[in-house]
Write a protein that binds this ligand. Structure first.
Ligand code: SAM
Length: 204
């Protein structure tokens, strides 16, 4: 029932690290067709499904999950999904998108930024690598505006010469940064993910 097999990458990462908790605010960058958002909706309980399940069990009131928030963004159209708010035809790197996110997130803050964004591959490996890394750098501007201190970021990148630069930049503002290659990701693809935790808001 997932819109895309990419869901299994996020499920695998979240089963291991439990970064998506009920009640959390999540921004899903490059969300179309919406499979990662489907996973996020379930895990943060933004559709309230966890809540109604808990109400059917006597004496389980204390286990009732808080409601989370999921906002997905893509240049393309993202078909509607219960529990998610989608900004279709929006560019994640555009500051006007950031302004809309501030309005949609409770308190203007998110616990987690997810990015499975990728540009259309040109076929020129170095060029595609550089474009995607540049998009990842723009997530740091977004984080500065909307990510809670202590929050986390997952971002896809294509391995190459600039990956280390990105990792260093992430390490400057997050307490821990690790590289992930989920089993669900094709072994022969250059695709990897940085998982950065414990965000420290940079001093201005
Ligand atoms: N995680 C998604 C899912 O599970 O359904 C799949 C994401 S797909 C691999 C990458 C997406 O990134 C594409 O839909 C593309 O349109 C989007 N994208 C690329 N550049 C973007 C940008 N600047 N702003 C928003 N979305 C972007």
């Amino acid at each position: 029932h997932f819109r895309c097999r990419s869901a299994f990458k996020l499920l695998e990462i979240d089963d291991k690290f439990h970064l998506l908790q009920p009640g959390y605010g999540v921004v899903d960058c490059g969300a179309a067709p919406g499979a990662w958002s489907q996973v996020a909706v379930q895990r943060v309980n933004s559709d309230g499904a966890g809540e109604s399940a808990a109400q059917n069990i006597p004496n389980m009131q204390q286990l009732i999950s808080p409601f989370g928030t999921v906002v997905g963004i893509d240049l393309l159209n993202i078909p509607p999904l219960d529990g998610a708010h989608f900004l279709s035809s929006h560019d994640v790197t555009d500051p006007s998108t950031h302004t809309k996110l501030l309005e949609l997130l409770p308190g203007g803050q998110a616990h987690v930024i997810l990015s499975d964004m990728a540009p259309n591959a040109s076929g020129f490996k170095e060029m595609d690598h550089e474009r995607l890394i540049r998009m990842c750098f723009s997530l740091l501007d977004l984080a500065e505006k909307i990510l809670k201190p202590g929050g986390s970021l997952i971002c896809k990148y294509w391995d190459g010469a600039l990956a280390q630069k990105l990792q260093e930049k992430l390490s400057g503002v997050f307490g821990s940064v690790r590289t992930l290659k989920p089993n669900a990701s094709r072994k022969d693809s250059a695709e990897k993910y940085f998982f950065a935790q414990m965000y420290k808001k940079p001093m201005r």
